[in-house]
Design a binder for this molecule. Structure first.
Ligand code: C2E
Ligand code: MG
Ligand code: MG
Ligand code: MG
Length: 281
């Protein structure tokens, strides 16, 4: 009898795995035509300087699947990375983000996430150069967000890639800082223009002394290298006031603004507070 049950359990387990596998195959298949079918779109989340000005927006990709509905990047980017459709998606995101941002006010930057596969690809520099040329976006208004995982994979190669990107005049931000191997020596080894402290530290900032200590240390060291720090995932006024006190430079999170389609932020993108403040002073 025990043997019988065991086999039943195995069968249930196997069919659940079967279903998962079939679902993943279906997603891989649909992803291949998502770009051509116009199923991808970008949302933009504002980044606010401590002085109150909106200085940039991060582009976040979404997939509107005809049957599944809205699929988040956390669900489909890993599948796209494993199945090879990531290249086309990366290219579309970069082009579309630059195209959109080229019509914004000159004081507003666009931040674009670079996938691990995209960073490893030979032609990233070409891709960036082409997106800038075709959109007319000045390089200094494009910020590429990379994660530490891609840096430590091959340090000497990563350093060459970053140098070639920097020579185009674009900015480099280190995303999700604190979640991986997080060596503060990255600041010395790589030409970084910004450190983005991961949401997990900001989330526990008000309740956890170690999180506060880490945030304080990261800001202190980054500032020692003249690198500004942005905090991700700022949701409460308490978190904001701690970050202000700790001299964090920029904030991003639901408290400042959720990711939305560009139309919703048109006011801030076209003639934002930055313009008014600049002409007033
Ligand atoms: P990320 O680059 O660290 O982006 C921040 C994520 O945190 C976004 O999730 C954003 O919606 C979410 N977020 C922002 N503020 C808050 C907050 O106050 N509270 C909470 N709980 N969440 C907040 P999203 O859009 O689901 O993206 C997840 C990840 O997917 C991104 O993390 C990024 O790694 C990746 N991703 C997004 N768009 C792209 C893309 O175009 N290309 C690539 N390669 N990866 C992308
Ligand atoms: Mg990011
Ligand atoms: Mg991040
Ligand atoms: Mg994050």
């Amino acid at each position: 009898r025990a043997k019988h049950e065991g086999r039943g359990v195995t069968r249930i387990f196997t069919s659940a795995m079967d279903r998962q596998l079939r679902d993943r195959r279906a997603m891989e298949h649909d992803l291949r035509s998502a770009v051509e079918n116009g199923e991808l779109y970008l949302e933009y989340q504002p980044q606010r300087h401590r002085d109150g000005k909106i200085t940039g927006f991060e582009a976040l990709v979404r997939w509107q699947h005809p049957l599944r509905g809205l699929v988040t990047p956390g669900e489909f980017i890993p599948v796209a990375e494993d199945s090879g459709s990531i290249a086309k998606i990366d290219e579309w995101v970069l082009m579309e983000a630059c195209r959109q941002a080229s019509s914004w006010d000159e004081s507003v930057r666009i931040a674009v996430n670079v996938s691990a596969a995209q960073f490893r690809r030979e032609n990233l520099e070409h891709q960036v150069r082409r997106a800038l040329r075709e959109s007319g976006l000045p390089p200094s208004r494009l910020e590429l967000e990379i994660t530490e995982g891609v840096l430590i994979e091959d340090i000497s190669r990563a350093s060459l890639t970053l140098k070639s990107l920097k020579s185009l005049g674009v900015m480099i931000a280190l995303d999700d800082f604190g979640t991986g191997y997080s060596s503060l020596s990255y600041l010395q080894a790589f030409p970084l223009d910004r450190i983005k402290i991961d949401r997990s530290f900001v989330m526990s900032l008000a309740s956890s002394a170690p999180s506060l200590a880490i945030v304080r240390a990261v800001i202190g060291l980054a500032h020692g290298f003249n690198v500004p720090v942005l905090a991700e995932g700022v949701e409460t006024n308490e978190q904001l006031s701690i970050l202000m006190r700790e001299r964090c430079d920029d904030m991003q999170g639901y408290l400042i603004g959720h990711p939305h389609k560009a139309e919703l932020y048109a006011e801030h993108m076209k003639a934002g507070a930055g313009v008014r403040l600049r002409t007033a002073s």
